[in-house]
Write a protein that binds this ligand. Structure first.
Ligand code: UD1
Ligand code: MG
Length: 445
C-alpha cells in the first residue's frame, strides 16, 4: 500500500439541515475546534499527495478554516456523489488511491483511514469502512451476498425491512481506485428517495463492471456521523474521554474525570491534581505539581509549577501564574502575571497587571483597569501588601515592599517600602452607642 499514491477528498458542502444552525455543520466545534479540523489533522498523518476539501458555494468560512488545503466548490448540492464529482479537476489524472472522508465523521483514526485506503491499494476498486453502531437507524446498510462479498450500500430511507435489519453500516469513509473513480461516478443516477447522486451507489456500480468491493470494519466511537446536535454531543463525549485519558496517562490526577472539560490543546504536566468540575478553555498550559481546585475556569493561561488555583478561580487570557503562587476563590485574573509565591486568595479582580513575587493581594482588591475607553496597567512590586477592599486605579505603581491600607482607593503611585492609606479618618465616641440605645428604647412601641 505504501507504494500507491494517496489523495484525500473531504466532503463538507452539505447544508447540515438537521443541525438547525446558521453555522456550516463541519464548523461546529468539538473540544473547542471545528470538527473538520480534527479530521484534517488526522488525514495529514497519512502524508497524502493532496488533500482537497469540497465546500458549498456560500462557505468561505469553511474554506478559511481548512486553508492551506485547497477547496473545490460543489455548486449544486445534489448529494455525496455530486460532491466527489466537484473534485474532478483537482484530481485530474490521479491514478492512485482516492480516500473520501465525510466532514461530519470527524473522529476516524489515522490507522483506520490507512486500512480503508489499503484495501484499494490491494486491488479493490472500492473499499468501504463499515461499523456496527448501537443506534443505526440513520446509516446506510452494507449489503453482502451469500459469500460475504459487498454488493451494494442501501440508504436507510430506501431500504426494505429486511435490509434495515442489517447492522453493518456505512461510516461514509470510502476509498476508490483512482483509475476507475470518475468513470463510475458518471454512472450514478438519482433514482432514490432524495433524488440525489449518492456516492454509496459506487459499490453496486463497481460490482456491475466486474470490479471487487471490500469492507473494512471499524469501531463506533471513531465512526459516528454528526447530523444533529445530539450526535455532536456524542462526539464531544468521545473526544472528552480521550482527552481525559491522555491527561491521566501523562501523569495528572483527575479526581472525577467525567466532570473535567478539556480544550483540544490543553497541556497538563505531571502530578497536576484537578479536582471536580474544572473547565479548560483554549490555550492553557499547566506545569508540574499544580493543584487546580474544584469549579475553576481557565483559558489562555500559563500556570507554573506548584501553584494552587481555586476553588472557584477564573483565569482569563494572558494570566501567567508564577511558581507556587495562589489564586483563591472568586478571584479573576486577566492579562496579568503573578510572580512566584504571590497570593490573591479571595474575591479579587487583577487585570492588566504585573504582580511581583511574594506580593499579597488582600480580599476584595480590584485593579480598576478600564475607564470605558482604554485599558491601563497596574504594577505591584515584589513583596508588596495590598490591604483588603482596595481599589488600585490604573495606571498606578505600588513599589516593592509597600503596604496599601485596607479600604484605600489608590490613584497615585506608592513608593518602595511606603505605607499608603486613603480613607476617611475614624472617629470613635466612647459610650455613644449605649446612650443611643437607652434614648431610643424609651420611644420603642
Ligand atoms: C451518509 C451516507 C450514509 C452513511 C452516513 C455516515 C450517502 C448517500 N449516505 O449519509 O450511507 O451511513 O453518511 O455518516 O452518502 N455532502 C456534500 N455535498 C452534498 C451532500 C453532502 O459535500 O451534496 C457532505 C456533507 O457535508 C457531509 C457528508 O457529505 O459531510 C455526508 O452528508 P450527509 O448529508 O450527512 O449524509 P448522511 O445522511 O449522513
Ligand atoms: Mg452525515
Amino acid at each position: 500500500m505504501t507504494d500507491t499514491p494517496l489523495a484525500i477528498v473531504v466532503l463538507a458542502a452539505g447544508k447540515g439541515t438537521r443541525m438547525r444552525s446558521d453555522l456550516p455543520k463541519v464548523m461546529h466545534p468539538i473540544a473547542g475546534r471545528p470538527m473538520i479540523a480534527h479530521l484534517l489533522d488526522t488525514a495529514a498523518e497519512l502524508s497524502p499527495e493532496k488533500i482537497v476539501v469540497v465546500v458549498g458555494p456560500d462557505m468561505d468560512v469553511v474554506a478559511d478554516a481548512v486553508a492551506p488545503h485547497p477547496t473545490c466548490v460543489q455548486a449544486d448540492r445534489n448529494g455525496t456523489g455530486g460532491a466527489v464529482k466537484a473534485a474532478r479537476a483537482a484530481l485530474d489524472g490521479f491514478a492512485g488511491t482516492v480516500l473520501v472522508l465525510y466532514g461530519d465523521t470527524p473522529l476516524v483514526s489515522a490507522d483506520t483511514m490507512r486500512r480503508a485506503a489499503g484495501a484499494c491499494a490491494d486491488g479493490a476498486a472500492v473499499s468501504v469502512l463499515g461499523f456496527r453502531p448501537s443506534h443505526f437507524h440513520q446509516y446506510g446498510r452494507l449489503i453482502t451476498d451469500d459469500a460475504g462479498a459487498l454488493t451494494a450500500i442501501v440508504e436507510a430511507r430506501d431500504a426494505t425491512p429486511d435490509q434495515l435489519d442489517v447492522n453493518l453500516c456505512n461510516s461514509g469513509v470510502m476509498a476508490f481506485d483512482g483509475r476507475h473513480l470518475f468513470g463510475l461516478l458518471d454512472k450514478i443516477g438519482t433514482d432514490n428517495s432524495k433524488g440525489e447522486y449518492y456516492l454509496t451507489d459506487m459499490v453496486a456500480l463497481a460490482r456491475a463492471d466486474g470490479h471487487s468491493a471490500a469492507v473494512v470494519e471499524g469501531e463506533e466511537d471513531e465512526l459516528l456521523g454528526v447530523n444533529a446536535r445530539s450526535d455532536l454531543a456524542m462526539a464531544e463525549a468521545v473526544v472528552q474521554d480521550a482527552l481525559r485519558a491522555r491527561a491521566m496517562a501523562g501523569g495528572a490526577t483527575l479526581v472525577d474525570p467525567g466532570t473535567v472539560w478539556f480544550h483540544h490543546d490543553t497541556q497538563l504536566g505531571r502530578d497536576v491534581v484537578v479536582q471536580p468540575n474544572v473547565v479548560f478553555g483554549p490555550g492553557v498550559r499547566v506545569a508540574d505539581g499544580v493543584n487546580i481546585r474544584a469549579f475553576s475556569h481557565l483559558e489562555g493561561a500559563d500556570v507554573e509549577s506548584g501553584a494552587v488555583i481555586g476553588p472557584y478561580a477564573r483565569l482569563r487570557p494572558g494570566a501567567k501564574i508564577g511558581a507556587g503562587a495562589r489564586v483563591g476563590n472568586f478571584v479573576e485574573i486577566k492579562n496579568a502575571d503573578l510572580g512566584a509565591g504571590a497570593k490573591a486568595n479571595h474575591l479579587s479582580y487583577v487585570g492588566d497587571a504585573h504582580v511581583g513575587a511574594g506580593a499579597n493581594i488582600g480580599a476584595g482588591t480590584i485593579t480598576c483597569n478600564y475607564d470605558g475607553f482604554g485599558k491601563y496597567e497596574t504594577n505591584i512590586g515584589e513583596g508588596a501588601f495590598i490591604g483588603s477592599n482596595s481599589a488600585l486605579v490604573a495606571p498606578v505603581t505600588i513599589g516593592a515592599g509597600a503596604i496599601v491600607a485596607a479600604g484605600s482607593t489608590i490613584s497615585k503611585d506608592v513608593e518602595v517600602g511606603a505605607l499608603s492609606i486613603e480613607r476617611a479618618e475614624q472617629i470613635t465616641k466612647p459610650g455613644w452607642a449605649a446612650r443611643f440605645r437607652k434614648l431610643k428604647s424609651k420611644d420603642k412601641r
